[in-house]
Design a binder for this molecule. Structure first.
Ligand code: ADP
Ligand code: MG
Length: 430
């Protein structure tokens, strides 16, 4: 089919703008997918079938060696399956040219896997270059992606990976995987190598990105808490990637299919459900704030007017900086430089209640500051709100347990009834 359909377009149509809208997800269907590595007696992945909907974030969770990485690498054909078919967006890609497949499937791995001798921009540009994008289109895409993953393009595009923190490298890794705007994103334990606080923030970022992009994401982890936090659905895998359970986090937490799954869920299922509720779902409240540029007298006045014991001091970029207590101000003697307690941890709206609870306990101020995209202050969540949610969860659990018990009793009663009826049926009443 010819590219030009001139009859409706005006004569002087400019070069078509590269599509600004992001491509959203595509379905993935795995049909009896298998892999037997040469020389192994047992297959690493044994006839796995599964349907993933467009726009879903699916987690593969399972013990080390159960074939998670092998599954992912078959989906983007870094490894050739020895059996079965793969469909993406309804198209059979099992035999497709792997280079073409790269346009459909982005891939991010642990420790980002960035090329050390290439700049951030060059790393991100890899796939777009490979599939033949123009220079200008690549340049603007790199800027856009850096911004998308929360890195200042001007500051970061020329840096080398060794000049980045682990978390920043991981962000670049995600940007690179998204570069050619593929409908499918595969992530193999991407946050496995960073510290817990950075991991929480990267998880929040991924959730925010997914709200915007609606990609189909397959995310591998061996951390069940991470699975609960991120997954629309979770596939709990046992050896050879046999699916033990494939369901929503709620269903798996409340109704694990068998002992293997229960073992994975671990203890404290009720508290784990804190991972299912987001900060955005509970009350974010306002809190009296002042900025580093406010005169000390104004700060005093604000504290008096606020009727709280404490104020939140924001830096010049409107980011939470310190908690200022009344006593801190008394001792400040004209300068805020050494007054107050630094804010150690903040959460975004996409953080879980568990993250928020952890942050409250870390900062020990009875509340945690909620921040937006570039770390700007948006409000606070206080301990009371968090505890109310915990109580609700525990109450729900108790109710469910009671209902379950009640059902069991009914069943038993009915069974006894049947048995008695059955026994008595053929006998003559005395
Ligand atoms: N290239 C390979 N050659 C032979 N065996 C492999 C290869 N890669 C992985 N395996 C084996 O396949 C199984 C699954 O590995 P993998 O997919 O890496 O598991 P996971 O990612 O769940 O830890 C393991 O038993 C592993 O030893
Ligand atoms: Mg692996």
């Amino acid at each position: 089919m010819p590219e030009t359909t001139a009859d409706t377009a005006p004569e002087t149509t400019p070069e078509p703008e590269p599509e600004r809208r992001e491509t959203s997800g595509a379905t993935i269907e795995l049909e009896n997918l298998s892999k037997r590595y040469p020389g192994s007696a047992e297959p690493a992945v044994d006839s796995v079938s599964m349907e993933i909907k467009a726009g879903e974030l699916i987690i593969f969770v399972g013990p080390s060696g159960c074939g998670k990485s092998t599954m992912l690498k078959m989906i983007n054909r870094l490894i050739e399956p020895t059996g079965g078919r793969i469909h993406i967006g309804g198209e059979d890609v099992t035999d497709m040219d792997p280079v073409k497949l790269r346009r459909k499937v982005g891939y991010a791995i642990q420790s980002a896997g960035l090329f050390p001798h290439m700049t951030v921009a060059q790393n991100i540009a890899l796939v777009p270059k490979m599939v033949g994008w123009s220079k200008s289109r690549i340049t603007s895409r790199v800027e856009e992606l850096l911004d998308m993953v929360g890195l200042d393009p001007g500051e970061f595009h020329g840096r080398y990976p060794r000049q980045l923190s682990g978390g920043q490298q991981q962000r670049v890794g995600v940007a690179r995987a998204l570069a050619a705007d593929p409908p499918v994103l595969l992530m193999d334990e991407p946050f496995g190598a960073v510290d817990p606080i950075t991991r929480d923030h990267l998880q929040d970022e991924l959730i925010r990105l997914q709200h915007e992009l609606h990609k189909t994401i397959v995310f591998v982890t061996h951390d069940f808490d991470e699975a609960i936090k991120l997954g629309d659905r979770i596939a709990v895998l046992r050896e050879r990637s046999h699916i033990a359970q494939f369901d929503t986090p709620e269903a798996i937490l409340t109704n694990p299919a068998d002992d293997f799954v229960s073992g994975f869920v671990g203890a404290g299922a009720a508290l784990k459900r804190l991972n299912l509720t987001r900060v955005r779902d509970v009350g974010i409240t306002e809190y009296p704030t002042v900025t580093v540029d406010d005169p000390l007298q104004d700060i005093f006045n604000k504290l008096r007017a606020a009727g709280t014991n404490e104020l939140l001091l924001l830096d010049r970029h409107n980011r939470p900086y310190k908690w200022l207590r009344r006593g801190d101000l008394m001792r400040a003697k004209g300068s805020l430089a050494r007054a107050g307690t630094l804010v150690h941890d903040t959460v975004t709206r996409d953080a879980t209640l568990r993250d928020a609870l952890e942050a409250v306990l870390t900062d020990n101020t009875g509340r945690v500051a909620v921040t937006g995209r570039r770390g700007q202050y948006e409000g606070v969540v206080d301990m009371e709100t968090l505890m109310n949610s915990v109580h609700e969860l525990l109450d729900e659990d108790r109710l469910e347990a009671l209902e379950h018990q009640h059902e069991l009793q009914e069943q038993r009663a009915q069974q006894t009834h049947h048995e008695q009826e059955g026994d008595g049926a053929g006998e003559v009443k005395a």
